[in-house]
Design a protein around this ligand. Structure first.
Ligand SMILES: Nc1ncnc2c1ncn2[C@@H]1O[C@H](COP(=O)(O)OP(=O)(O)OP(=O)(O)O)[C@@H](O)[C@H]1O
Ligand SMILES: [Mg+2]
Length: 269
């Protein structure tokens, strides 16, 4: 099998492996048969929601699934496996997970797609324990190789003073403070040319530090920030992405009602 395929070729291959006709797969994914025929032939690019439905109905749950959806959403690129199990080449401090991630494939793809579209500040919003941190870490892992200077996870849960946020980020990045300039200024100078993803976890603790994030994004053209928070930052350019509780197992097969499609629809500009 050729390891490089178009999305259409891939979905056709999956459909045949499952023994489904075009009509059957189209019905299950909620589109017209002619639409699927065109997608398989490469004559039509599916919408984000339809791509997510097709991928979910095609029934794969492997590590490359988010990349497949992202590829379908992303347009003319060709799909190649993400190589998730290889050692990352980019610098990072992302924690190794001890338990498998459940049911967030499409949410990851939706956030990744927003980043690719140019969103530089995405806030994963939700109540305590809904899975914001876990989702943010999974997104960061997924996009790590796309950021030349890597991805860094900053724990703000122990920080209650907004004035300490810059120093906490700097410390996480391994930045040595020197001279009399403030931590914010030194951090800004360091990040100015960096193509890097910062994950700011539990920002609700220090929401008064939102202007710092705004300033960093304005001054550092290649910086991207993924925030988890129980409340939004309310700064210009923020995309708010409500995180829903995981679907119950009985709901999982229906991608059209998935958390991801809801997340995608809910991302606010
Ligand atoms: N998709 C998932 N698959 C497996 N475990 C998950 C998933 N989402 C969350 N968990 C687990 O559930 C627990 C709570 O998730 P998480 O810490 O991400 O919530 P949170 O929304 O960040 O909460 P808080 O607002 O308190 O920071 C963690 O132990 C996490 O590992
Ligand atoms: Mg959290």
């Amino acid at each position: 099998m050729n390891s490089i395929q178009t999305f259409g070729q891939w979905i056709k291959q999956r459909r045949k492996a499952l023994g489904l006709t075009q009509k059957e797969l189209a019905q299950q994914a909620g589109c017209a048969e002619v639409t699927l025929r065109k997608i398989e032939a490469g004559d039509l690019q599916p919408s984000g929601q339809l791509a997510a439905s097709l991928v979910a109905v095609a029934g794969v749950a492997d590590a490359d699934l988010p990349a497949r959806v992202g590829f379908a959403l992303g347009g003319g690129e060709r799909y190649a496996p993400a190589g998730r199990w290889s050692k990352p080449r980019r610098p990072h401090n992302l924690p190794a997970q001890l338990t498998p991630l459940l049911g967030r494939e499409l949410d990851i793809a939706a956030v990744r797609s927003r980043l690719r579209e140019g969103a530089r500040l995405i806030t994963l919003l939700g109540p305590p324990g809904v899975g914001k941190t876990r989702l943010a870490q999974a997104v960061a892992e997924e996009v790590l190789e796309e950021f030349e200077d890597g991805a860094f996870f900053v724990r703000l849960a122990p920080v209650s003073d907004p004035d300490l946020v810059a120093a906490t980020i700097a410390q996480t990045l391994g930045l040595q403070m020197s001279g009399s300039n403030s931590a914010a200024l030194q951090l800004r100078a360091y990040l100015e040319e960096k193509h890097l993803l910062l994950v700011l976890d539990n920002f609700e603790q220090v929401v008064e530090a939102a202007p710092l994030v705004d300033d960093l994004l304005r001054r550092c053209a290649w910086l991207h920030v993924l925030v988890t928070s129980r409340q939004p930052l309310r700064v210009r350019g923020e995309r708010q992405a409500p995180v829903r509780p995981l679907a119950l197992p009985a709901e999982l097969p229906g991608a059209s009602q998935s958390t991801a499609s809801r997340l995608n629809r809910n991302i606010k500009h």
